[in-house]
Design a protein around this ligand. Sequence first.
Ligand code: GDP
Ligand code: MG
Length: 242
Amino acid sequence: LSPKILAFTPTYNEAGNIPPLITALLALPLDIEVLVVDDQSPDGTGAVVADLAAADARVHLVSRPPPRGRGLAGRDGFQWFIDRRQYDFLVEMDADFSHHPKFIPALVSALATADVAIGSRYIPGGCETGRGSERQLTSRLANAYLRFTLQTRQRDCTSGFRGYHRRAFDGVCLDKYTSVGPPIVSEVLFDMIRRRRRIVEVPIVFEDRRWGESKLSLRILLQALGFPLFLRWAYLGKHGIR
Ligand SMILES: Nc1nc2c(ncn2[C@@H]2O[C@H](COP(=O)(O)OP(=O)(O)O)[C@@H](O)[C@H]2O)c(=O)[nH]1
Ligand SMILES: [Mg+2]
């Protein structure tokens, strides 16, 4: 029996990306449905998805009230998946085609044995194309910093392209997560490491977004700098790691 997959994407102003993305996801040779968690995007992303959801029962929309945030939307997406046991695997991805649906079958295959499969730019076979060298360097530095502060083995700790087996969430308490913004990605990874999940990396080619603008500003990035240290302090004190 093939696993039932929920592809989940958070959206903020992705109206130009989301229709072709949903089409591509539903065309995959997998038993797959789509969940969009939108933060009342001013560009009408929510209305676009609502129309698609009305036309196809495999498309689902959660429209969040303020305050908005990548992390808040991420937690809502995880909870939606956890509550619906008909889905075996969760695939989390950006809505902008940086995370191409063609890599989902490889992530899903990895979940036959792993609990978490990370779509990784920084292992052999993976890479990043299209974005400026400044932005690429920022991602590299962020990863080096995270690997150092969190003492992780994973090469790509900031990738928001991941597959999760349902069992990865056993015992996970989303209410304890603190991230409002993008650091949710490292917070979840750190929790998964702490819980000794089997984590593998699968190579992906990361492309620049097709349409619209990035929401990750230098300000948000700088705000995020202290977060890994907070995570270490918050978790290490109580439980220790490895
Ligand atoms: N629901 C929701 N999604 C968001 C928010 N901020 C960013 N996203 C989504 O999170 C994903 C990654 O954001 P993006 O701007 O592409 O960041 P970048 O890839 O690091 O440049 C995209 O699908 C965004 O639409 C937010 O505040 N709320
Ligand atoms: Mg992006």
